[in-house]
Design a protein around this ligand. Structure first.
Ligand SMILES: [Zn+2]
Length: 220
């Protein structure tokens, strides 16, 4: 069994490594956790003893198959709880992440599998991020960014790549939530801001920075 702090490390290594593919440096972990490199090293040694990571001093760290499995289960719980809070408890999508950070550490597999069934096996969380299956498979969700869409095209918003509450609140006000149908009317050459029609309401400008963090798929 991994402790709460250990689970958070495994999750962080998973995200920083691009879904477990690459090695992660001790410095990157120290920066993200805002702790000293020495405490990161302590933690990595502990995780290595439990066979959850491959770690050698002065080298990067990589998840073992077992570590990857734990990380994916934590991410699965986190995302299912977010769906539950938004769909069943009426939370807004900008409110659920900090609460899910706590709920994700309740380890009961029975609870999570029943939650999954209760929610009718959702494939993505309220931010559009894919939910790993009970078997620990991460569904692939390759979406394009809104900033890459050319004028005249219609797309469906699928999710976001930035999760800051202020960003999500801004999007909600503009009507930009997963499922929204967005038409790109014009793109400003100077700053690449976009004039959009969002569902049936319309036209509003979003900056390049906003468009870069919105994930879309082309409507068929
Ligand atoms: Zn979250």
């Amino acid at each position: 069994m991994a402790s709460l702090a250990e689970e958070n490390y495994l999750k962080l290594i998973y995200h920083l490594s691009g879904s477990g593919a690459d090695e992660v440096s001790t410095n990157a972990l120290a920066e993200q956790t805002q702790t000293r490199a020495a405490s990161v090293t302590d933690m990595l040694r502990k995780l290595a003893e439990k066979n959850l990571v491959h770690y050698k001093k002065y080298q990067g760290v990589r998840l073992t198959a077992e570590g990857q499995e734990v990380a994916l289960q934590v991410i699965r719980r986190h995302r299912l709880w977010e769906v539950f809070m938004v769909q069943k408890l009426g939370f807004r999508w900008d409110e659920v992440h900090p609460i899910a950070e706590e709920l994700e550490h309740i380890a009961s597999e029975e609870l999570i599998n029943r939650l999954d069934a209760f929610l009718d096996f959702p494939v993505s969380d309220p931010h559009g991020d894919p939910i790993p299956t009970a078997a620990g498979k991460m569904p692939s969700a390759e979406y394009e960014k809104l900033c890459e869409v050319t004028a005249g095209k219609q797309v469906t918003m699928m999710g976001v790549s930035e999760h800051a509450a202020s960003f999500l609140q801004f999007l909600s006000k503009a009507g930009l939530i997963p499922g929204s149908v967005v038409s790109v009317l014009e793109i400003n050459d100077f700053d690449r801001s976009m004039l959009l029609k969002i569902n049936e309401s319309g036209p509003s400008f979003v900056s390049y920075e906003v468009a870069r963090n919105i994930l879309i798929k082309f409507s068929v």
